[in-house]
Design a protein around this ligand. Structure first.
Ligand SMILES: Nc1ncnc2c1ncn2[C@@H]1O[C@H](COP(=O)(O)OP(=O)(O)O)[C@@H](O)[C@H]1O
Ligand SMILES: [Mg+2]
Length: 255
């Protein structure tokens, strides 16, 4: 009974982590939500979620033969289960990205929704795996034509692994983007989920180490994220065979 979404984009800094936590909190009103920082090379979800000081993270779960259990790296925060990732280069070096399959499989047993905060560039095994594992991708783009083109590449890659498109989320919107949204409607295999305004309150949430929906629940940006989450109808997965599906996902070779 779980659907896994990869929150992805072509470039870094578009707002994937902000969006992962905002959508996660909004979806948590109705679902059991687990959020995983699968951006194992450039992890920053811990800073957005007040988890900068925790000892055990996803990195520890991705190393062979440690005694660490998934529960040790899972934190109850803001109504969600949150699995942060460490930021050290050594941790990233030691991590075996393929083990993410087993971690997701185990977490899937207790969740309705899994959100994988995903790496930006699709250049390596660790970068593509979340998109491969997910049922659907949520593509976060800034409203420019080059960003759309990057987002379409993510969609194309996802499709080649059977991962669908839940929708496109325009972030850091400053002006009228009707023309660009029209292009997006034509080319993406899912709807425009939201237009999130560029707003200081989003940055200050990050600085406070708190997701936007906790830091400024009444802000227009938070409302836009809630509407986006409400427009995603979560599908019920296959139940018992689900863990197997994650476990048997083929890890692509580096592209
Ligand atoms: N709508 C927004 N308005 C203003 N700043 C934003 C907005 N969305 C994200 N940011 C800021 O942009 C930076 C990058 O966002 P982040 O979510 O960490 O991106 P990513 O995970 O894609 O690298 C952060 O400092 C964040 O606070
Ligand atoms: Mg990020």
């Amino acid at each position: 009974m779980v659907e896994a979404f990869a929150v992805a984009s072509g470039k870094g800094g578009t707002g994937k982590t902000t969006s992962t936590l905002a959508l996660g909190m909004a979806l948590a009103a109705e679902h059991d939500v687990t959020v995983i920082d699968a951006d194992t090379g450039m992890a920053n979800l811990l800073f957005h979620a007040g988890l900068a000081d925790v000892e055990v993270t996803l990195h520890d779960l991705l190393v062979a033969e440690t005694a660490t259990s998934v529960a040790d790296a899972t934190y109850d925060r803001f109504g969600m289960s949150v699995v942060p990732c460490g930021t050290s280069l050594a941790g990233f070096d030691r991590a075996d990205p393929g083990r993410l399959r087993d971690v997701v499989a185990e977490l899937a047993a207790d969740a309705d929704v899994i959100l994988l905060d995903s790496p930006a560039a699709l250049g390596s095994k660790s970068a593509v795996l979340p998109v491969v594992l997910a049922d659907r991708v949520i593509i976060v783009v800034q409203p420019t034509i080059p960003a759309l083109s990057d987002g379409l590449k993510v969609q194309e890659y996802a499709r080649s692994y059977g991962t669908g498109t839940a929708g496109v989320l325009f972030n850091k919107v400053r002006e009228d983007i009707d023309r660009i949204a029209e292009q997006a409607d034509r080319h993406f295999g899912g709807p425009t989920l939201a237009r999130i305004p560029a707003a200081d309150v989003v940055r200050s949430a990050r600085q406070a180490g708190e997701p936007l929906l906790s830091h400024a629940p009444d802000s227009p940006a938070a409302a836009a994220f809630r509407r986006a989450a409400a427009s995603i109808s979560v599908r019920e997965g296959g139940g018992a065979d689900l863990a197997d599906r994650f476990r048997s996902a083929v890890v692509p070779e580096t592209i």
